[in-house]
Write a protein that binds this ligand. Structure first.
Ligand SMILES: [Zn+2]
Ligand SMILES: [Zn+2]
Length: 250
């Protein structure tokens, strides 16, 4: 099958031939890839930035924002069946720390995780992929046109969840209700895909102020002023960076 691979640390990017993967364990799922998103991480990898090839290889199949259709399942699989739309998650835990053992590898404490398409495991810019049922998320047919946004939206949703938890820990009122965001004004700084998805997700709960920004710390103060001047109750400046700062080795 065809796949798109980079050579980490270089700008080499090739269409390559890979052996089509097949199911070799009862809990595995085989997916035909339909769409793959390209984000800032892919651009960074393809321009020689952070990426690692699988053990014993010199190149890495990129792609981590995927959407596909299940074509085969092992006999123990119950959560999806052939024909279902689905996405595979990206990170595979270290198997050592408590968060990873609790299936929260996004909070890995050792940094010894792998990530498909980024760090030590081939990604999803390929015709077919196989992985364990544990890492698959079924997508309802009515969300087929949007399914490829599942992974970046999960980044935004996590940032929102973390921000609310921080507020709940610090502000007595916030901890008093699960609907703390209801009717509140929020500032989303950074209008890349993650920021836009965050604005959409927060917009479901109330008004949003959005402003394009960048990673220059000098703009942080101006953004904070923006938020304060606009009477924002919550700031989501962290969203643009939320896929980086909580993790070690990032
Ligand atoms: Zn991405
Ligand atoms: Zn871990």
């Amino acid at each position: 099958m065809k796949a798109i691979a980079i050579t980490p640390g270089s700008t080499t990017l090739n269409l390559v031939d890979r052996t089509e993967p097949s199911i070799t364990a009862p809990d595995e799922v085989k997916v035909q890839v339909r769409r793959v998103g390209i984000c800032g991480t892919d651009r960074e990898e393809a321009s020689g930035g952070r990426a690692r090839a699988p053990e014993g290889h010199t190149d890495l199949v990129i792609g981590h924002e995927m959407f596909g259709q299940v074509v085969a399942v092992g006999p123990a699989v119950t959560r999806v069946k052939p024909g279902d739309f689905a996405v595979f998650t990206v990170r595979r835990g270290c198997g050592e720390c408590v968060p990873c053992l609790m299936n929260r590898s996004d909070m890995c404490r050792t940094g010894n995780y792998h990530e498909r398409g980024i760090w030590g495991l081939d990604g999803y810019q390929a015709e077919f992929v196989v992985d364990k049922e544990q890492y698959i998320v079924r997508v309802p047919p009515e969300l087929e046109p949007l399914g490829v946004l599942t992974e970046p939206l999960s980044v935004a949703e996590k940032a929102i969840d973390e921000a609310i938890r921080v507020q709940a820990a610090r502000l007595p009122d916030a901890g008093a209700t699960p609907n703390w965001m209801f009717g509140r004004r929020c500032l989303v700084a950074g209008l890349g895909p993650i920021g836009l998805l965050a604005a959409l997700a927060i917009g479901v709960a109330g008004p949003v102020l959005a402003r394009d920004g960048n990673d220059d710390p000098a703009t942080d103060e101006a953004l904070a002023d923006d938020g304060a001047a606009a009477g924002s109750d919550a700031m989501f400046e962290s969203i643009a960076r939320a896929n980086r700062f909580p993790y070690p080795n990032a």
